[in-house]
Design a binder for this molecule. Structure first.
Ligand code: CA
Length: 707
């Protein structure tokens, strides 16, 4: 035994930790990120560059998880969806909430150290297809980076949350948003954007982490004018991209292809991988005349991080026509396949296929459906293209299809367990009636999808409604990516369930839409522990260690795109403030109960409208349903049937036409609807409210903390 060597190693360890302290909080660099897989911190959105969401901590494990209790919690000032994964670095936990607010807490005690509010204007909520959510920050060399819903990238000082620099990454005259977490690679902050339901042209930008100066930009769809942009994408657009687009509405909408979520990095290959979203409009007929694959929509794109130069791409859904984005979680791992060690990239995009790809060159290794899908029967291994079902493109007739635009899997992150080789996927079953909107023409600032949403009004007949809502559900699937098959499945009563954490303690943690955080045995899926969160969970949990304690943290708060289109598939509940819950073994903290519901049916005695109910029904489903639910079901944003503004025509017009609630995210619709139309919609909602008046009041929230 060489005591001297041990002594030296200890001295070095002390020196290193002293250096980190001297450098101040949040001093993440490439060395720490590349070592993160084996330590108790959580340094980047998916823990590290691999985005495996696997914690090597095992103090909490199958034998003692029953003793997991609340260590501390924090409550936030917003009741919108909470999608962030907190980071834990040097004892500080950083998280974001809806409206792009950033919070820093002492990760052991829960004491709030600072907060930052970018003061996004409420009316910007109008441009967010899927709630004003934010998925988290990046931390690098003493700075905390956040993308805001109004398109800014802000660098904060990790010490106190003050602004170091700020840059507008988007054209503010267009409906761009940012919901995704930035990543920092080689001193460059990478950020994409969203907005492809409305009409924007997607791109990814790299900014100098120290100064905020733009280093490069890569456009994910061609310039509609055909001219070069003077951007990193020019070369590949000329060589590959431009020829895959034909005449169509994309020249007005911008084409979409937004990179709004996944980013992963392989330092050895020096390649950064992005997931690219759907086209604008969705409908390929309307977008590109039904011609061409439309690169790089619904693709996985590999770029060189120094210059943004194109390396390779794999298009999961050529000629995308269903909102089948490939923005979903990209995860890197080393797998043994057919006796060979392969460096793979894995993705379960909305379209329902689980892809295993060689990440050095983009070659497809395998693809199999991880959920029941009806739009394609498989993937042709020679061409890498899906084998589409006849009629799936709804060119001649409408088609009811799974998955719908919410996808068989959405942004909710997966997790990997490198010890047993399984990937844990939160999946959804959400059918949708795709109907060609033959009369489609681009409306600036509105939803521009080229699909007739009227077809997705719910059946009024009780039995059919029950049958449709019974189809909508969600599950947690443990997937073997080598054999490409499910090993176990946990069915949830509702869909739109949370992201996943996997740990070396043989556990899989996942929250649920109905309001529970659970721990499952990673090998067989047996539920070993659960905690009633009092409000639904959609975000992914994370884990960290301080001293001898392992912690599990999760953001609580339903919302996001999924709460909008599946009434009856979700518990009806008043909207509740978001929370951060942090657990440890033997934790004894008690979260306060949420307030009791107050949403009784409104008194409709004497309330009437001169509007046309039928016309209001059509206008509602064309303009209002994506936020207020089909048939005014109001499962996510305010239930209009229970809103006091419904009782007078004047107040209704004040909100819908004059923008009286703009600061809370409900901007004026005067660009799209006139006063007569607004009253027609009111007449329709009153008719739905009268039907609902006989229905029971909303369910009481579950007491928080009961097991
Ligand atoms: Ca989309």
């Amino acid at each position: 035994m060489n005591f001297l060597r041990i002594g030296l190693a200890l001295a070095l360890a002390v020196t290193v930790s002293a250096c980190q302290k001297a450098a101040g909080p949040g001093n993440v660099d490439a060395r720490r990120l590349e070592a993160a897989a084996s330590n108790g911190e959580w340094l980047s959105y998916g823990k590290d560059y691999n985005e495996q969401r696997f914690s090597p901590l095992d103090k909490i494990n199958a034998s003692n998880v029953k003793d997991l209790g609340l260590a501390w919690y924090a409550e936030f000032d917003t009741d919108r969806g909470q999608e962030a994964t907190p980071l834990m670095i040097d004892g500080v936990l950083y998280t974001t909430t809806a409206w792009s607010k950033v919070f820093a807490f002492d990760a052991k005690t829960g004491k709030q150290l600072w907060k930052y509010d970018p003061k996004v204007e409420g009316k910007k909520g109008f441009d967010a297809c899927c709630d004003v959510v934010n998925r988290g920050v990046a931390v690098w060399k003493g700075r905390v980076y956040v993308g805001t819903i109004d398109g800014r990238l802000v660098a904060l000082n990790a010490k106190d949350g003050t602004v170091a620099w700020e840059v507008q990454t988007t054209d503010t005259s267009k409906p761009y948003t940012i919901t995704g977490a930035p990543r920092v690679i080689k001193d460059k902050v990478l950020i994409g954007n969203g907005g492809a339901e409305y009409g924007v042209r997607g791109y990814i930008t790299a900014y100098d982490a120290a100064t905020g100066k733009q280093v490069w930009r890569f456009y994910t769809v061609p310039n509609p004018t055909g001219a070069p942009d003077g951007a990193a994408s020019d070369k590949v657009m000329a060589e590959k991209g431009n020829a895959t687009w034909s005449d169509g509405e994309w020249k007005k909408t911008g084409g979409g292809g937004t990179a709004w979520d996944s980013i992963a990095y392989d330092p050895k290959l020096d390649l950064v991988f992005f997931g690219i979203g759907n086209g604008t409009p969705w409908n390929h007929q309307r977008r590109s005349g039904g011609k061409g694959d439309n690169l790089f929509l619904s693709s996985i794109l590999a770029l060189k991080p120094d210059t943004g130069a194109y390396a390779w791409h794999y298009q999961t859904t050529p000629a995308e026509s269903w909102d089948y984005t490939a923005t979903q979680h990209i995860m890197l791992a080393d797998l043994k396949i057919d006796g060979q060690d392969r460096k793979v990239l894995m993705q379960a995009p909305k379209n329902g296929f689980f892809y295993v790809i060689d990440r050095a060159n983009g070659q497809l290794i395998s693809a199999k459906p991880y959920a029941n899908i009806s739009w394609a029967t498989g993937v042709d291994m020679k061409t890498g293209r899906p084998i589409e079902t006849a009629g799936a493109r709804y060119e001649k007739a409408a088609v009811m299809q799974v998955p719908g635009p919410l996808g068989a899997h959405n942004w909710q992150p997966m997790a990997f367990n490198p010890k047993n080789g399984l990937v844990y996927i939160p999946t959804n079953v959400t059918p949708f009636a795709y109907t060609d909107d033959k009369a489609f023409s681009y409306k600036a600032g509105a939803w521009n999808v080229g699909v007739d949403f009227l077809a997705n009004a719910l059946p009024t007949d009780e039995a059919t409604l029950k049958a449709v809502t019974a189809m909508v559900r969600g599950s947690l699937v443990a997937w073997d990516p080598v054999k490409q098959k499910a090993v176990w499945t946990v069915e949830h009563p509702y869909f739109w369930n949370a992201g996943v954490l996997s740990t070396a303690g043989s556990l899989v943690f996942q929250g649920s839409a109905e309001g529970e955080l659970s721990a499952y045995d990673s090998a067989g899926g047996k539920k070993l522990w659960s905690y009633k969160t009092g409000n639904g969970v959609i975000a992914a949990p994370m884990s960290y260690q301080i001293g001898n304690d392992q912690y599990v943290a999760v953001m609580v708060g339903v919302g996001g795109g999924g709460q909008i289109s599946a009434p009856g598939s979700m518990p009806t509940r008043p909207r509740l403030p978001g929370r951060l819950l942090v657990f440890k073994l033997g934790g004894t903290a008690k979260a306060a109960d949420f307030p009791a519901p107050v949403q009784a049916p409104i008194n409709l005695t004497g309330v009437s409208s001169t509007g046309d109910v039928q016309h209001g029904f059509a206008l509602f489903h064309q303009n209002c349903q994506v936020c207020h639910g089909p048939n005014a079901s109001g499962s996510w944003l305010p239930d209009l049937k229970r809103s006091p503004i419904l009782t007078t025509a004047e107040n209704w017009k004040g909100v819908v036409i004059d923008g009286a609630s703009a600061t809370r995210g409900m901007a004026s619709f005067s660009r799209f609807i006139d006063a007569k139309g607004a009253e027609d919609i009111r007449a329709y909602v009153i008719s739905e409210a009268r039907k609902a008046a006989t229905a029971p009041t909303t369910a009481a929230p579950m007491p928080a903390g009961s097991h």
